[in-house]
Design a protein around this ligand. Structure first.
Ligand SMILES: *Cc1c(COP(=O)(O)O)cnc(C)c1O
Length: 370
C-alpha cells in the first residue's frame, strides 16, 4: 500500500484474525442470501445509535446522502440558504447543492477551525433556512453558541458528524444538538466500512422515519411511493462489517486521543503551531499542524519517509464548483488552507511512529529571515 516509513493510513486487515473475522461476517451475509435492507442493517442501526448516544439511526449510502436526506426531510430546497463552513470536504457543500438550496460560506474561528458563530449571525438573512456546522478533524464545533443562534432565528441545525464518531461537545454527543447528525463510514473515517456507507442520526422518531422512506425510493410500503425519494441504502455486507468494527470504536478513539496527546508534548519545541483542543470530546479524526512553510515541511517529511496529507488545500468558496455561484470572502480559511498539514494519526500508529514523526518535524529548519 505504501513504502513509507510511516504511512498516513493502512486500510489492509490488521492481522490474520481480523481478516478471518471479516471473511466470516461476509460469509454469514452471503449464506443468508439477504443482501439489502435486512437483519444486519437493522441490528447495526440499533447498535450505532446506542454507541453514539442518539435515539435513532438510519443507514444510508454514504455521508453526503446523509446530509442531503436530513436537509431534504426538513423541507430545505430551492430558494433556501444553508450557512456552512468553507473548511471541509467539498461533499458537505455538495449535499446542500443537491437539495437545490444555496450554500452560504462563512469563515471559521481561527483557533477552533470550525464555523465561527459570529460570522453565522452576520450572514443570516430572509432566505436562511439552516445552519450546517462540521465537527472538523474530530473537534466539535461551538454548539452552545450555534444552538442559541438557531433558536433565536428559528433555523434548522444539522450537524456534519462525518469526522466525529463518538465526539461530544460539553459532554453531549454530537448529532443531538439540532434536528440531527450525518455520519459517514467511508473507509478512512474513524468507523469505516469496506466501501461506502453512512447514517442519519436524530432524536426525532418522525424525522428518522421519513429518512427511512426517502432512502428507499420514498416507499411507505412495497410499491407504494408516497414521496419522490432516492436510492441510498446501506447494504448488508457493509452493515455486517460495520457491526464487526463498532465494538472497538471506543478503544480506537481513546488510542487516537492518547497518540494526539503524545504528539502535542513531543512537538512543543517544534516550529509548527498545533490547533488547540477546545473540548475533551475531540476524537482526533485527523491531527493537523500549521506552518507558514507548509509545502517545504511536507517535502522534508516526505524525504524522511513520512506521508502527510492536506485537509484542505482550497477553501470551498474558492473551488471552481462553488466560486461562481456562491462567492464568499473567507480570509481565515484561505490562510488555514495555505498552512495546514495533517500528520499521520490512526489507531495503528505506534508510540515509536509518533516519536519518528515528531523528531522529523522538530528537525525541520524554518527559514530564518535575514
Ligand atoms: C467524508 C466526509 C463527507 C462525505 O462523506 P461520504 O461518505 O464520503 O459521502 C462529508 N463531510 C465531511 C466533513 C467528511 O469528512
Amino acid at each position: 500500500m505504501s513504502d513509507r516509513l510511516v504511512p498516513f493510513l493502512d486500510l489492509r486487515p490488521v492481522d490474520a484474525a481480523d481478516l478471518e473475522a471479516t471473511q466470516n461476517a461476509i460469509r454469514r451475509v452471503l449464506e443468508r442470501g439477504w443482501l439489502v435492507l435486512g437483519p444486519e442493517l437493522e441490528a447495526f442501526e440499533l447498535e450505532f445509535a446506542e454507541a453514539s448516544g442518539v435515539k435513532h439511526a438510519v443507514g444510508v449510502g454514504n455521508g453526503t446522502d446523509a446530509i442531503f436526506l436530513l436537509l431534504k426531510v426538513l423541507g430545505i430546497g430551492r430558494g433556501d440558504e444553508v450557512i456552512t463552513t468553507p473548511l471541509s470536504a467539498a461533499f458537505t457543500a455538495l449535499a446542500i447543492v443537491m437539495t437545490g438550496a444555496r450554500p452560504v460560506f462563512v469563515d471559521v474561528d481561527p483557533e477552533r477551525l470550525t464555523i465561527d458563530p459570529a460570522a453565522v449571525s452576520a450572514a443570516i438573512g430572509p432566505a436562511t433556512a439552516a445552519i450546517l456546522p462540521v465537527h472538523l478533524y474530530g473537534q466539535p464545533a461551538d454548539m452552545p453558541s450555534l444552538v442559541a443562534i438557531a433558536e433565536r432565528h428559528h433555523l434548522a441545525l444539522v450537524e456534519d458528524c462525518c469526522q466525529a464518531h463518538l465526539a461530544t461537545c460539553g459532554g453531549q454527543p454530537v448529532g443531538t444538538f439540532g434536528a440531527g447528525g450525518a455520519f459517514s463510514f467511508y473507509p478512512t473515517k474513524n468507523l469505516g466500512a469496506a466501501g461506502d456507507a453512512g447514517a442519519v442520526c436524530s432524536g426525532d422518531a418522525d424525522l428518522t422515519e421519513r429518512v427511512r422512506r426517502l432512502r428507499h425510493g420514498g416507499q411507505a410500503a412495497r410499491f407504494e411511493h408516497r414521496l419522490a425519494g432516492v436510492n441510498s441504502r446501506l447494504d448488508e455486507l457493509q452493515a455486517a462489517i460495520l457491526r464487526l468494527r463498532l465494538p472497538s470504536l471506543c478503544d480506537s478513539t481513546n488510542r487516537r486521543r492518547a497518540l494526539a496527546a503524545r504528539y502535542r508534548s513531543a512537538l512543543e519545541a517544534a516550529s509548527v503551531a498545533i490547533p488547540p483542543e477546545r473540548d475533551p470530546g475531540h476524537v482526533y479524526h485527523l491531527f493537523p499542524v500549521r506552518s507558514t512553510e507548509r509545502d517545504r515541511l511536507r517535502a522534508h517529511l516526505y524525504a524522511a519517509g513520512i506521508e502527510t496529507l492536506i485537509h484542505y488545500p482550497t477553501s470551498l468558496s474558492k473551488q471552481k464548483a462553488f466560486a461562481d455561484h456562491y462567492p464568499a470572502a473567507c480570509p481565515i480559511t484561505d490562510t488555514v488552507c495555505a498552512e495546514v498539514l495533517s500528520l499521520p494519526l490512526n489507531p495503528r500508529l505506534t508510540e515509536a511512529d509518533v516519536t519518528t514523526v515528531a523528531k522529523a518535524v522538530r528537525s525541520f529548519p524554518p527559514r530564518l529571515s535575514a
